[in-house]
Design a protein around this ligand. Structure first.
Ligand SMILES: Cc1cc2nc3c(=O)[nH]c(=O)nc-3n(C[C@H](O)[C@H](O)[C@H](O)COP(=O)(O)OP(=O)(O)OC[C@H]3O[C@@H](n4cnc5c(N)ncnc54)[C@H](O)[C@@H]3O)c2cc1C
Length: 694
């Protein structure tokens, strides 16, 4: 009994605070409840817990169930409100909420501190292991690599072995594989490298630049919207995946008969030439700028490399600094702040837009207002419209945007001559007569199309069937026409896929003329169409209406096509095929296709040899011809962008600009450049462009 009484007292004291917090119709109920004399009262509360409590108080200690024990130990109100419970005083909610808020604040601060501590420790650990003490004593180097023997038509050193060829067993094994030499380090070359697998070939990349450049953002880099370093990735890092080699040199000549590439390096004693042997050669040297025979281009900037972007940026800042001097005359200030872009294609338009952005967003804030008032941007375009390779709607949109931005568009005009202090151009006046105009300037960008790279031009000299003026002609398998089969390929701006079908006339007739009567009837024409599509897939759209074509060109209506009729037909179809444009998209797709095919050739090397399919026919045996898939063209036009997706066009302001940035961001070669680009865009957004002249 004594124990039960003590328990009752203890429970009563522990329950009292809880009960005090419960709003009761009659406060005395709590006292009565604890003393065991509670009676049902007119209350809207559920009394079940009270009964449980009451019986618990009167029960001996051992009779408590776990549920009862929990009931008693709770700090929550024991009486559940039959209504919404809104009658609880506001004060009772404030402290629990404050406690919850404080608790989560402590959690957040705690986890942040722990996170920062872990990250800092990780950086320390990483830095501690940055220096690997590599054991480099006694690394084997081939004597042939140290002292190459001389040979070839010019008796130059022949680099049969490279310095790292036998430095470890993996490299030694690779040195026995066929030698694949890739000339160039741009979009096409990187496409090939990304699609080869380690162990396929002994790979060597030859390029005068040690990095690959993301060219579409060069106009942004030229005004400091992004940093030049954010657009480049070292080629050595890219070839490392294949345990390949990089030779910092420029290809100058080719000896196809001996499979030797002549390269020029900048040695310690000046330029030095040597031969690099190959089994397979990929020419991906890009293009140079077209001059169109205009004099004075030495006074112009080009925008093809990172160096060009750096020089342009320096000149723009120089011009603004000189224009800000109190000693500069008004005429001179006007000339210094006049920017002329020759060419209304994507590069010219984007550069003009970027210069405009620079003036609007940064120059205006930091240079004397008079400078900003004097800035003029001029675009000289030979065609009627700018961005003339895009849809008409896009051209018009870009022109309206430039008109709004006060960018001077001079269309249907030709640059006649460039002087140190002015650009002269001709344009037909209202009376139809050609007039000559001059724009005083201290900045001219020349961006009027492409011309053949000197090395590509050198290669075509040896091949009589190469007649194209701007690029090396290749077949649908990207093999250089006229070169030994399966040995020399060309991709990207340096190449163009043949579109002439009539050159294949005799072969096509030979393959299709089943009854050998020298004429092609309709059944044979169907076979011929299939063969043409295999050789020149770009002709597919022209060959859709097979029956109509046959009837249209069967001029004597004898239900067959003679050689003459066929020649006319094939010539006309060929003239309607548009060559692929010189874009990064084409170069990259060609590179990926070729890399994939070279990988297949490497994997099936033995099978092909067993079936005597090496050399001629090996490409056809492992892969279909190259097919280009146009994914659309885009251009930046100053806080706005345009997308030409073939059937559809999309253009607009900031939303389109972010879409444009996203596309280029996703196209980056590495996560490193992605991170750098993202940082650049944020830095530009928050702090503006860097206006220092470096
Ligand atoms: C400013 C600018 C903006 C552009 N914007 C776009 C765009 O938005 N979208 C698009 O699709 N295309 C764009 N292009 C076009 C695109 O850059 C080219 O079509 C593409 O770079 C072609 O790739 P490629 O591999 O053939 O040549 P490149 O990328 O030009 O690479 C050529 C490589 O060959 C190397 N090389 C040159 N000569 C030799 C030699 N003798 N020996 C060894 N190596 C050599 C060069 O150093 C370079 O590494 C732009 C071009 C420029 C200049």
């Amino acid at each position: 009994m004594l124990a039960a009484a003590a328990a009752r007292r203890a429970l009563a004291s522990s329950c009292a605070p809880a009960l005090r917090r419960v709003p009761l119709p009659n406060p005395s109920i709590a006292t009565r409840l604890v003393s065991g004399h509670a009676r049902p009262a007119r209350a809207s509360y559920s009394l079940a817990p009270l009964r449980t409590l009451s019986s618990a108080l009167t029960a001996p200690r051992s009779a408590f169930t776990p549920l009862q024990a929990r009931l008693f130990s709770t700090s929550r109100p024991l009486l559940a409100s039959g209504s919404s419970g809104d009658s609880a005083p506001k004060q009772s909610r404030f402290w629990p909420r404050t406690r919850t808020f404080l608790r989560f604040t402590v959690y957040l601060c705690g986890s942040t501190i722990v996170g920062v501590a872990v990250l800092t420790s990780a950086i320390f650990v990483h830095d501690a292991f940055t220096y690997n003490e590599r054991h480099v004593d006694g690394v084997p180097v081939s004597p042939l690599a140290l002292h190459p023997e001389r040979g070839g038509p010019k008796n130059l050193p022949v680099v049969h072995k490279l310095l790292s060829d036998i430095e470890d067993p993996e490299n030694a094994a690779l040195a026995t594989k066929p030698h694949l030499v890739i000339v160039g380090g741009g979009w096409g070359a990187v496409g090939v490298l990304q699609n080869l697998r380690p162990g396929d070939y002994h790979v060597t990349v030859v390029s005068p630049e040690t990095y690959t450049t993301f060219t579409p953002l060069l106009p942004s880099a030229a005004v400091g919207t992004v940093q030049i370093r954010s657009l480049v990735e070292p080629l050595r890092k890219i070839v490392a995946r294949l345990r390949g080699h990089f030779l910092n040199a420029k290809a100058v000549d080719l000896v196809m008969s001996e499979r030797l590439l002549e390269v020029e390096t900048e040695g310690v004693n000046g330029p030095q030439r040597l031969y690099l042997p190959y089994d397979k050669l990929v020419i991906a040297v890009g293009s140079t700028s077209a001059t169109h025979g205009v004099n004075g281009l030495e006074h112009c900037f080009q925008l093809k490399t990172t160096r060009d972007a750096r020089l342009i940026r320096q000149r723009i800042i120089d011009n603004f600094e000189q224009a800000s001097l109190p000693t500069t005359s008004p005429e001179e200030r006007k000339r210094l702040l006049s920017f002329v872009v020759c060419g209304g294609g994507p590069t010219g338009v984007e550069t003009a837009a970027e210069i405009y952005d620079l003036c609007q967003e940064d120059i205006m804030k930091y240079y004397p207002k008079i400078c900003n008032g004097e800035v003029s941007i001029h675009v000289i375009q030979s065609r009627e419209h700018i961005l003339n390779t895009y849809s008409e709607a896009i051209s018009r949109y870009a022109e309206r945007k430039f008109l709004h931005d006060d960018i001077d568009l001079i269309t249907s005009a030709r640059v006649a001559e460039v002087h140190e202090d002015r650009v002269e151009y001709t344009k037909k006046g209202l009376d139809g007569k050609t007039e000559r105009h001059a724009i005083p300037t201290n900045f001219v960008l020349w961006s009027t199309g492409i011309a053949m790279n000197p090395f590509a031009a050198q290669v075509t000299k040896y091949l009589p069937n190469q007649v194209h003026k701007k690029a090396i002609e290749v077949d649908a398998h990207l093999r250089v026409k006229g070169s030994p089969p399966g040995e020399v390929y060309a991709i990207g701006d340096a190449s163009t896929i043949e579109t002439s079908i009539v050159n294949h006339l005799l072969d096509l007739v030979d393959e299709s003329d089943r009854n050998k009567d020298g004429k092609i009837d309709f059944d044979e024409w169907e076979i011929m169409v299939a063969r043409i599509k295999q050789r020149i897939p770009m002709a597919e759209t022209q060959l859709e209406k097979v029956r109509e074509l046959f009837e249209l060109y069967d001029s004597d209506a004898d239900n067959s096509l003679s050689l003459n009729e066929l020649a006319v037909l094939l010539k006309e179809i060929g003239s309607k095929i548009t060559a692929l444009p010189a874009t990064a998209q084409v170069a990259s797709q060609e590179g990926k296709y070729l890399g994939h095919k070279l990988h297949k050739l490497a994997r099936q090397r033995e099978t092909l040899a067993a079936n005597e399919l090496t050399g001629p026919g090996e490409d056809e045996a492992v892969a279909p011809p190259f097919r280009y898939r146009h994914l659309g063209s885009l251009a930046y036009i100053g806080n706005a962008a345009v997308f030409d997706l073939g059937k559809y066009s999309f253009m607009g302001g900031l939303a389109a600009m972010y879409a444009w940035r996203s596309v280029y961001w996703s196209e980056q070669v590495s996560m490193r450049t992605r991170a750098l680009l993202m940082i650049d865009w944020i830095v530009r957004g928050v702090w503006g462009r860097d206006l220092s002249r470096l």
